[in-house]
Design a protein around this ligand. Structure first.
Ligand SMILES: [Cu+2]
Length: 148
């Protein structure tokens, strides 16, 4: 039972470390390591970035310090694409350009950089449960005037 672990250890020793981006098929974008664990921070260095683009409606764009500004997969593209990126200290953002406003973006901090306090992927905490304030409604965006 020890042999598979040994082979795995040998396999990861070769080449630059890999990052794996996934975009689609829904309105989701993510970044993981080669083992599939979500990544929000890495050490500075050169990485192979493999992107699985599962939709013709999304792209995968990463940008940040050190001149990194790469559209790895275009909006129309569906499939896998690989680029090599050299990451330096700082914060990088990866996003789907057409759908940033819908939350299709994530942050990757590198080296000594601290990620900003806000995240785009975390859901807001649920409102406190109350039984008496249930009738309170937010103000409607536009007022309607009734004409007699
Ligand atoms: Cu998109």
């Amino acid at each position: 039972m020890l042999a598979p672990a040994l082979f795995a250890a040998l396999a990861v020793a070769a080449g630059p470390p890999q990052l794996v981006g996934t975009v689609g098929p829904g309105f989701t974008i993510s970044l993981a390591d080669a083992q599939g664990n979500r990544v929000t921070h890495v050490d500075p260095g050169t990485y192979t970035l493999l992107v699985h683009d599962k939709s013709a409606e999304h792209d995968f764009h990463i940008f940040g310090p050190g001149g990194v500004d790469v559209v790895v997969t275009s909006v129309e593209f569906v499939g896998d694409a690989t680029v090599t990126v050299t990451l330096v200290d700082g914060n990088y953002q990866y996003q789907c350009d057409p759908h940033v406003d819908q939350g299709m973006a994530g942050l990757l901090s590198v080296g000594n950089a601290q990620p900003p306090a806000t995240t785009t992927t975390a859901a807001p905490p649920p409102p406190p449960k109350t039984t008496t304030a249930a009738k309170k409604k937010p103000t409607p965006p536009k007022k309607r005037r009734k004409k007699p």
